[in-house]
Design a protein around this ligand. Structure first.
Ligand code: CO
Length: 285
């Protein structure tokens, strides 16, 4: 067993996007700060409606997937085809933009806390021009596993393997073989999970802090900073004194060239120029 350690810490930085939603960006702050196949991770969390009320009005995407995971509050998703999805507390929307989507994501509240994440996951070249597709997953449809020493694991994508017991998540069968777990541990609690040796992986604590690695080599990770893991067969995470809640993500690297222009992520410059032309001609989708 080779236990993974932390090879890089990316501090999340305050920024804003969409109509002016305040958020913290870790992956994707710059093109150098990606982790194949992950392009971007944003966390939004505020009790001040001024920080989120403007939402994400109509905007396009092509060539990748956006995963929205709501912890508190609710948002309404609408697209150019008239599809509508209500994203509620604990729910996930998995959108594969494929060749194109034009959509809006708007908070459905004018007070209270809105908190959640948006993750961008790249698509392989062979899937970038597929028709757009959605999966809306309600909180009650996400498997929740209780850990023996307290704490719990939500299995959003891939397969959780807790002490040899395998539980399939809500999303499976992606070509990036994604694992997406939301884990909550009590103070002093620990979590060990196998990972495919050469898949890229990261941990993002969003409440409390944790220690990552085997007892021989421990790396502390503060809240709202993203720890990129070294390669290896498993990860060991120990909660700090206040307990911890974190995301654990892993995926198969695509190892393809990336050319990004805002919300378009393709493999070549020509494909980006085509995406812009298609958008301007009303032919993106
Ligand atoms: Co979007």
């Amino acid at each position: 067993m080779r236990t993974r350690s932390v090879q890089q810490v990316i501090q999340s930085m305050p920024t804003s996007d969409g109509g002016g939603v305040k958020l913290r960006r870790s992956l994707g702050q710059s093109q150098a700060l990606r982790l194949d196949p992950f392009l971007m991770l944003d966390e939004f969390s505020s009790i001040n409606p001024d920080d989120y009320i403007a939402g994400f009005p109509n905007h396009p995407h092509r060539g990748f997937e956006t995963v929205t995971y709501i912890l508190d509050g609710h948002m309404l998703h609408r697209d150019h085809l008239g599809n509508e999805g209500h994203l509620k507390r604990g729910g996930v929307q998995w959108m594969s933009a494929g060749r194109g989507i034009i959509h809006s994501e708007m908070p459905q509240q004018d007070s209270g806390r809105l908190r959640g994440f948006q993750l961008w996951v790249n698509l392989p070249a062979s899937e970038k021009m597929k028709p757009a597709a959605y999966r809306d997953i309600q909180a009650e449809d996400i498997p929740v596993l209780n850990l023996t020493e307290g704490g719990q694991v939500k299995v959003i994508a891939g397969q959780a393997n807790i002490n040899g017991k395998v539980t399939g998540g809500s999303i499976q069968g992606l070509s990036t073989e994604l694992l997406f777990l939301d884990v909550r541990l009590r103070a002093g609690g620990s979590f060990i999970h196998p990972l495919v040796t050469d898949h890229n992986a990261f941990v993002y604590p969003y409440e409390g802090q944790c220690d990552i690695g085997s007892l021989l080599k421990i790396h502390p990770l503060e809240s709202q900073s993203l720890g990129v893991l070294t390669q290896g067969d498993c990860v060991e995470i120990r909660a700090g004194g206040e307990g911890v809640a974190f995301l654990l993500l892993a995926g198969k690297p695509l190892k393809e060239p990336i050319v990004q222009y805002g919300p378009f992520v393709m493999n070549t410059r020509e494909e980006i120029e085509q995406a812009i032309a298609d958008y301007n001609n009303g032919e993106l989708v």
